[in-house]
Design a binder for this molecule. Structure first.
Ligand code: SF4
Ligand code: SF4
Length: 178
């Protein structure tokens, strides 16, 4: 039988068994999206009110912790719900981003997202804030790159017979956990 599985997009996965809850992913995400671009000292010394929100949220209930961010869904509920067209999915990269110029901060996308990964940003005006897969950084997520324990990794999402299976198989095989 023909294998109809196909990779539809990439997303970031978290391995809670090795996450130590240091929140460096949040810190590097904030810096990468600040006006000082990846400069941690300036980002955290020079700006406070203007500091961006992180696209990743570290959930913690000791001893368990893990990073959570946008899954860049195949059929994003946030995009469907957005009343201004600010929330969009790039048809080539599959990445879902929010166009700040069009966002009016109505929070409809926050209600629609099943994963609770969109935040309210009140810095200058009300606006929705979420992970943009570091597209301004060449699509190389700084949270993944800077995790000291490799608790975050990029994996493929595989679509099979109209079902979306979030497949970690390659990673698990690598680790002998398949
Ligand atoms: S914000 Fe939520 S609904 Fe929208 S793509 Fe990300 S995970 Fe999916
Ligand atoms: S991929 Fe980039 S924008 Fe998304 S959480 Fe990681 S560092 Fe933040």
């Amino acid at each position: 039988m023909e294998n109809s599985n196909k990779v539809t997009r990439r997303r970031i996965y978290s391995r809670e068994e090795v996450c130590v809850g240091c929140r460096l992913c949040e810190i590097y995400c904030i810096a990468a999206h600040s006006e000082y671009k990846n400069d941690l000292i300036k980002t955290f010394k020079k700006i406070s009110k203007r500091r961006p929100l992180p696209g990743i949220i570290v959930e913690e209930r000791k001893p368990i912790s893990f990073g959570l961010q946008c899954r860049h869904c195949e059929e994003p509920e946030c995009v469907k719900a957005c009343i201004t067209g600010a929330m969009q999915k790039n048809p080539e990269t599959g990445v879902v981003t929010n166009d700040a110029a069009r966002c009016i901060g109505c929070w409809t996308c926050i209600l629609a997202c099943p994963y609770g990964v969109i935040r309210r940003d009140y810095r200058e005006r009300k606006i929705a804030s979420k992970c943009d897969f570091c597209m301004e950084n060449g699509g190389e997520p700084v949270c993944v790159k800077n995790c000291p324990n490799e608790a975050l990794y990029i994996g493929n999402v595989v679509e099979e017979s109209n079902m979306v299976e979030e497949s970690n198989r390659g990673f698990r095989e690598m680790e002998g956990r398949a």
